[in-house]
Design a protein around this ligand. Structure first.
Ligand code: DHB
Length: 507
């Protein structure tokens, strides 16, 4: 598939312009702020004057270059009691002029792209202008959002590998989500001081960042995080967000081993060998019980179980993905593709295949078994659930008992922490009314970083809750793919009502 290129270049003129003071006029223009300085630490009051003005050239997804002048607010610590301000800080970019025309971003959506990858720490502290995303070789949804006239808030967050001088891990679960919530609270607390509409905060992220973006949307205003937020001195404000963009979210971690075997159990590793089929089948069978507990239903499928989840994925997401891809090819190219990919059928303008044919088309799985809670504690997720001076722990009974015997119990803190990290825990009827209601979910159709059922279940659950959901897979695309960033930006404009209010689409 042809990927749209995004060319971003910071002009030389953008380099380190002096701060320009507009404090009084900016305050006068923005009106009263909702967060009262009296009941919050003064350090959390955003200073509208503390920016540098920068100029950058941003080429949009249609190939048109835009000159964007923006105010850049750098490395603002978003909590009053930071554990590590290198990570617990954010950058704000506010467009003031696009292609020579003045922009008023005071009512614009606020785009919140996190750059988390692998559940590792992510920092924006040293960025000298609006940054790039974690994936995609410099492509940045944030830069596109800026060129579309949105306010962009780039949050850093602690991550799993951070360790202090006493050997204590201080970025393991749930640190990253607590930090992202604190960043949202900071933005809301500074309503009117940071330009933009705090009721239209749109998060985005890829992979682990996609998982955190999903979780941010799913758990908005949940009181379960309060003690953690209090401990770091987060602003006293709502952490609910309006919409979520999530690319290949690596989520539902404590069920991801089971999901992985249900999905790829009989696919070989790149080495050509099968994983331990006894382990694989035990996990796959257990997945059936888990999926049943979700109580998922989908139009045309009734209850979703592991008996029809494959069909659901094929019909709802995978075949449409292949159809889009093949329909865009010339007749000759399509014929060549079909001759080389014999598992995929094409008739009457539609692609078709069974689940098994899809798995054949896919080829090798990328992870051994168990894929996430490895017996040898070697995965990113083992580290994510580390604590204190323990770098990595088991977080499923299956792997723990495989290693430590059938009476072993998970550490006491783990069940609660798993819930704090799992959007599926929060996405339950009548539980979290402040969850995001607009969802953009994307996945590469050859991405084997997690089971397809992870996004499939998420999609089904959100539809069931009545939310507005756009889910698509990019055919034959791998981990971290983003092939329709322009459509995403347009979608933000539409669901937020902002394009309509301005009587125009976004670029
Ligand atoms: C990511 C990838 C993984 O395979 C995983 O297990 C966790 C995170 C990532 O790319 O962020």
């Amino acid at each position: 598939m042809k990927r749209r290129s995004v060319v971003i270049g910071l002009t030389a003129a953008a380099a380190a312009m002096p701060a320009v003071g507009f404090a009084s006029s900016a305050r006068a223009a923005s009106g009263a702020a909702t967060g009262t300085a009296a009941d919050a630490d003064a350090s959390l009051v955003f200073d509208p004057a503390a920016y540098t003005e920068q100029t950058t050239e941003i080429t949009d997804t249609t190939g048109t270059a835009h000159e964007v002048v923006y105010r850049f607010y750098k490395a603002i610590t978003y909590v009053a009691k930071p554990v590590d301000a290198t990570y617990q800080c954010l950058n704000v970019s506010v467009p003031v002029k696009i292609d020579g025309t003045a922009v008023d971003a005071s009512a614009a959506p606020i785009f919140l792209p996190n750059a988390v990858g692998g559940y590792m720490p992510s920092s924006v502290a040293n960025n000298t202008g609006i940054g790039g995303a974690a994936f995609g070789g410099g492509t940045s949804r944030g830069q596109l959002a800026l060129a579309a006239g949105y306010v962009v808030v780039e949050p850093g967050a602690r991550g799993r590998s951070l360790v202090n001088a006493s050997g204590e891990y201080y970025g393991t679960a749930p640190a990253a989500i607590v930090d992202l919530k604190a960043a949202v609270r900071y933005v809301r607390f500074n309503k009117g001081r940071i330009p933009g509409n705090v009721n239209r905060i749109v998060s985005s992220g890829t992979s682990a960042g996609g998982a955190l973006s999903t979780l941010l949307g799913a758990s908005g205003d949940s009181p379960l995080y309060d003690s953690y937020l209090e401990a770091i001195g987060a602003a006293d404000a709502s952490d609910a967000i309006f919409a979520v963009g999530a690319w290949c979210p690596i989520t539902d971690l404590e069920h991801a081993d089971m999901a992985y075997e249900w999905c790829y159990g009989s696919n070989k590793l790149p080495s050509g060998s099968l994983v331990d089929q006894t382990i694989s089948k035990e996990l796959s069978t257990a997945y059936g019980d888990y999926v049943a507990t979700l109580g998922l239903r989908a139009k045309g499928f009734g209850s979703l179980t592991t008996r029809n989840l494959d069909e659901y994925l094929v019909k709802t997401i995978l075949e449409p993905s292949a159809t889009t891809y093949l329909a865009a090819l010339s007749d000759a190219d399509r014929a060549t593709y079909l001759a080389a990919n014999t598992s995929i059928k094409w008739a009457d303008g539609k692609a078709s295949f069974t689940w098994d044919e899809f798995l054949t088309h896919l080829g090798a799985r990328s992870k051994n078994t168990p894929a996430f809670d490895a017996f040898d504690l070697s995965t990113p997720e083992n580290n994510l659930y580390g604590t204190g001076t323990t770098a990595a722990r088991h977080f499923t009974l299956f792997s723990l008992r495989h290693e430590s015997g059938s009476s072993a119990r998970l550490d006491e803190d783990l069940p609660g922490k798993l819930n704090l990290m799992n959007p599926m825990y929060h996405l339950v009827e009548n539980v979290n009314r402040h969850r995001a209601k607009h969802w953009w979910i994307r996945n590469g159709a050859t991405d084997t970083a997690t089971s397809y059922s992870v996004t499939g279940n998420l999609h089904a659950r959100l539809k069931q809750l009545g939310d507005e959901v756009s889910t698509k897979y990019y055919w034959d695309a791998g981990h971290g793919a983003d092939q329709d960033p322009g459509e995403f930006l347009k979608w933000i404009g539409e669901v937020s009502g902002y394009s309509k209010s301005r009587g125009a689409g976004t670029s």
